[in-house]
Design a protein around this ligand. Structure first.
Ligand SMILES: [Zn+2]
Length: 290
């Protein structure tokens, strides 16, 4: 797989006939203990240093898949709907750069985006689906068809005490109501070579996105593996609703990534726009850049 330019903000990669670009829709700071779950700080702090509030830096990573025929945006970042106090807690600027502007900055016309995929509907993955405008909520990508899991959307509306805080309906409901968002029932191929596949663990219906062309594969692992430090199967975030399933799904996808020499992308890694997964005697899997 030829890496056109890897590293920093502007990162792209060629996968067969496809071009993949990583778009970083800003960074935020979140509690390290929550991100690393039962892993002791003495171990995780060797991988990512915490600030004096025990927070670690994370990215809102989005990916563009350009197939030649389609321009597909995977994830839309945190968006503009968090309360000021929550933004402050995460060290987010009071007003972030609009995602469309971040995309344009990488030389891609945001109006060329004809599909948007959400791996799941937590605010930090679909916050940029819509934008607030004069008391209204509008599609951020009016020319695009949006895709998300139906079961995840139904779960969002269950409003369970454990995770209701992760869902902001304005990020998806206006799109479902207007018919612009398609709710998919399980695994599906949105265009030839680009698939959404259910990978349970983080929650019941989170999906990873695989883009395969010319015998090569890119896989966006979303929160199955939020950062490169999480490739070790037992390093599971405290957020995950089904940690045993996370471990099982990781074994499956990371095993496939090793066997197929895939390039992968992580939902929140600040450093790695793209990585390959290799076997490791001690930690089972390890991530290498590019
Ligand atoms: Zn996330």
């Amino acid at each position: 797989m030829g890496a056109a330019s890897v590293g920093g903000i502007g990162s792209s990669l060629v996968v067969g006939e496809f071009e993949i670009l990583r778009i970083q829709a800003g960074t935020y700071w979140w509690d390290g203990g929550a991100i690393f779950g039962v892993v002791p700080k003495t171990l995780w702090s060797r991988k990512i240093a915490a600030d004096d509030l025990n927070r670690v830096p994370l990215a809102f990573n989005c990916y563009l898949i350009r197939t030649g025929e389609h321009t597909i945006l995977v994830e839309t970042g945190g968006g503009d709907k968090m309360e000021p106090r929550a933004r402050e807690r995460m060290n987010l600027p009071a007003e972030g750069e609009p995602l469309a502007a971040a995309i344009a900055r990488q030389g891609v016309d945001p109006e060329s985006i004809d599909m948007v995929i959400n791996s799941h509907l937590h605010w930090d993955h679909c916050g940029g689906n819509t934008v607030r405008a004069n008391g209204d909520v509008l599609a951020a990508f009016p020319g695009a068809r949006y895709f998300a899991s139906r079961a995840e959307w139904e779960h969002a509306h269950e409003r369970l005490p454990r995770d209701s805080v992760s869902y902001i309906d304005a990020n998806y409901d206006p799109l479902v109501e207007s018919g612009q968002m398609t709710l998919v029932d399980g695994d599906c191929e949105v265009v030839p070579g680009v698939r959404m596949r259910r990978a349970p663990g983080h929650n019941r219906d989170m999906m990873v996105v695989e883009a395969a062309s010319g015998g090569q594969t890119f896989c966006f692992l979303s929160d199955l593996v939020p950062t490169a430090a999480h490739v070790q199967p037992t390093w599971v975030a405290a957020f995950d609703l089904y940690p045993l399933e996370t471990i099982e799904s990781k074994m499956r996808w990371l095993g496939a990534a090793v066997d197929g020499n895939w390039v992968v992308g992580f939902a929140h890694d600040v450093e790695f726009p793209f990585a390959r997964i290799v076997g490791d005697a001690k930690t089972q899997f390890a991530a290498v850049k590019g």
